[in-house]
Design a protein around this ligand. Structure first.
Ligand code: DGL
Length: 274
């Protein structure tokens, strides 16, 4: 039996960062209903062990499946790198998409000299999923991973530009972008929070480096997959966005505003337990 096309696309993230993916989906697929789960009680995932991240991701997915979704998007780089194969197996035949493959695809398409830097959380860099996805597409690529942990807290505080953000970006990345023949030409933002730092990062890497983020390319990949599976919603009116969070609704609303441009509507956010 084919699923109800009015069912939402479910997205989950460790907290608020995945709102960058929701935002991109909203723009690309305005007719779709979206249900976002932010696991704010367990945030951050990026410093946790792989098994823990997988366990948390299974619980988040289970909750969305109970609510009823026609597709799952893992809107978190850390969870995608650790848990995508497990979730695909466990929740089949639900279509499950992550952010790593679309991000890797975009980075490879952007790079001319095949020298690519990935910035992400510790767990994403250590897991190696991005490095593997890039090398699969471009075996002779030089791929350098750099964990930029502090960006996560800065983004949630709304400190994404100015001297503090630029100083942190420089401390993490300046050495990798020093002038010379080895200089990478592409910086892949492999964490949901990092697109907010585009200006600060641009300041550090210079005007000639391609800064690629996976949110927009993931939205494109989700559209392609929904179309391929015949799951696109057929409706005249725009879809809705609803939010489930596992802790502190007020903080989610406040920090969420930095990611979405405006805070989610209060009546669209509910507290849940996993
Ligand atoms: N959402 C996470 C990611 O994209 C960043 C925040 C966290 O560490 O949980 O990797």
């Amino acid at each position: 039996m084919s699923p109800d096309l009015n069912l939402p696309v479910g997205l989950f993230d460790s907290g608020i960062g995945g709102l960058t993916v929701l935002h991109a989906l909203r723009r690309r697929l305005p007719r779709e209903n979206l249900l976002y789960l932010g696991d704010t009680a367990r945030l951050p995932y990026g410093t946790k062990a792989r098994d823990t991240i997988i366990r948390y991701s299974q619980r988040a997915t289970q909750k969305l499946v109970e609510c009823g979704v026609k597709m799952l998007v893992i809107a978190c780089n850390t969870a995608t790198s650790a848990a995508l194969p497990t979730l695909r197996r466990q929740f089949a035949p639900l279509p499950v998409m992550g952010v790593v493959e679309p991000g890797a695809e975009a980075a490879v398409a952007a790079s001319r000299n095949r020298r690519i830097v990935i910035t992400a959380t510790e767990a994403t860099i250590a897991g190696g999923a991005y490095q593997e996805a890039i090398r699969r597409r471009c075996p002779d690529a030089t791929v350098i991973g750099r964990a930029c942990t502090l960006f996560v807290s800065l983004a949630e505080e709304g400190w994404t530009d100015g001297p503090i953000a630029e100083g942190v970006a420089a401390r993490y990345l300046r050495d990798l972008f020093a002038d010379g023949p080895e200089r990478p030409d592409t910086l892949l933002l492999g964490c949901t929070h990092f697109p907010l730092f585009k200006d600060a990062l641009r300041h550090v890497v210079g005007p000639d480096v391609h800064i690629v983020d996976s949110a927009a390319t993931t939205a494109q990949a989700v559209e392609t997959e929904l179309r391929r599976l015949g799951l696109l919603r057929q409706a005249e009116e725009d879809g809705t966005s609803r939010f489930l969070v596992t802790d502190n609704v007020a903080r989610f609303m406040r920090s969420g505003g930095y990611f979405l441009g405006e805070a989610p509507r209060e009546d669209a956010v509910a507290l849940v337990d996993l």
